[in-house]
Design a protein around this ligand. Structure first.
Ligand code: NAD
Ligand code: IPM
Ligand code: MN
Length: 356
């Protein structure tokens, strides 16, 4: 029997609440299949840990994680610890150090999920964002000069390497080819005269290897507008770290909300563990009340099953989410229901078992 060793980092706020339901779903899939199992090891890292120890994770945290087959993360960040410390020292550190350079974020309006766009057809909202996840605007390069002086200057550099751009574009082109979909690149080459001009150039260069893929390029401002006015024009989308971050929250908004938006941080070379997480944050406004929607965390668990080669179970879990949405027997308040986080998780497991 295959055993997948998963490092679980529940993190802060609603992180632990939603992850518990994802773990239930993974265990249920494994139990129903019978040929594989999960071994979960929990790490109590995050803001509370920081307040106790002065660190978001121990100094050898990355070495500890390295041996796992995957990481399952809830959310990081909480009032009381500055966000740029909590995120940089845990979530972004893992993405960066484990070279999880591909962030796969589906934006798909599942059956039964609410959409605020009055004219949108369900099948028009079906995209996959491929977000560059290792450099760009998030490279962390810069300086803070003459702090608190009248001459104070801050510099935040965007870092776009040829290697970094080529590999994310190639991943996106390959996905577009394999799925027979169009590829749209998100740019801002009219204003960002180095980074985004280079981005556009690499998009064209790599495109020569994929003459069969239909491509489009949109400026990020127009892309935001079209995602609302004409979402059907997007299929596979490749974007830089920051643009991908922003557009996928917009994507969440048009496809059921933050409680339904999943993401996979992949190290495609499989040299390091990949990390699966809902894209939402710790939601301090609703944390601790058992009312967070766990479906984003469950969807990212389905991405984990895909990643381990159990696409059949990945699909079944996603379809169980869809059945839970359409059946509406247990939905959290963000989806208009009154169920608790755990009741939604139980409903997904019930559906998974019933579909057997
Ligand atoms: P957020 O995603 O936590 O919350 C935004 C809004 O969406 C809130 O009203 C929240 O209640 C709602 N929401 C989010 N997830 C939900 C769910 N599963 N069910 C129901 N409602 C949900 O974003 P924020 O408020 O900007 O950030 C809060 C903290 O989380 C900050 O510290 C931020 O830095 C951090 N953050 C972490 C991650 C991550 O760990 N991946 C992602 C985004 C933000
Ligand atoms: C996300 C989050 C993170 C990001 C933050 C918390 C650093 O917003 O995963 O979308 O910007 O990548
Ligand atoms: Mn985000």
């Amino acid at each position: 029997m295959d055993t997948y060793r998963i490092a679980v980092i529940p993190g802060d706020g609603i992180g632990p609440e939603v992850l518990a339901e994802g773990v239930k779903a993974l265990d249920a899939a494994a139990e129903l299949d019978g040929s594989f199992r999960f071994a979960f090891t929990y790490f109590p890292w995050g803001c509370e840990y920081y307040l106790k120890t002065g660190k978001m994770m121990p100094d050898d945290g990355l070495d500890t994680l390295r041996g796992f087959d995957a990481i399952y993360l809830g959310a990081v960040g909480y009032p009381g610890v500055p966000d740029h410390i909590s995120l940089r020292e845990l979530l972004l550190k893992i993405r960066h150090e484990f070279d999880e350079y591909v962030n796969v974020r589906p934006v798909k309006l599942l059956k039964g999920a609410p959409c605020p766009l009055k004219d949108a057809k369900r099948e028009d909202i079906d995209m996959i964002f491929i977000r560059e996840n290792s450099e760009g605007e998030y490279a962390g390069s810069g300086a803070w000069l003459y702090k608190d002086q009248p001459e104070e200057v801050v510099i935040q550099n965007g870092v776009f390497s040829r290697k970094g751009c080529e590999r994310i574009m190639r991943y996106a082109y390959q996905l577009a080819r394999d799925s027979g979909k169009t590829l749209t690149s998100i740019s801002k080459g009219n204003a960002l005269n180095y980074s985004m001009v280079f981005w556009d150039q690499i998009f064209k260069e790599v495109g020569r290897e994929y003459p069969d893929v239909e491509t489009h390029s949109l400026l990020v401002d127009a892309a935001s507008m079209f995602m609302v006015k004409d979402p059907g024009r997007f299929q596979i989308v490749v974007a830089s770290n920051l643009f991908g971050d922003i557009l996928t929250d917009l994507g969440a908004a048009i496809s059921g909300g933050m409680g339904l938006a999943a993401g996979a941080n992949l190290n495609p070379d499989r040299k390091f563990p990949s990390m699966f997480e809902p894209i939402h944050g710790s939601a301090p406004d609703i944390a601790g009340r058992g009312m967070a929607n766990p479906l984003a965390a469950v969807w990212s668990a389905s991405q984990m099953l895909d990643f381990f080669g159990h696409e059949d179970w990945g699909k079944k879990l996603l379809s169980a989410i869809e059945t839970a949405l359409t059946g509406a027997r247990a939905l959290t308040p963000d989806l208009g229901g009154t169920a608790s986080t755990a009741q939604v998780g139980d409903e997904v497991v019930r559906i998974l078992k019933a579909a057997r």
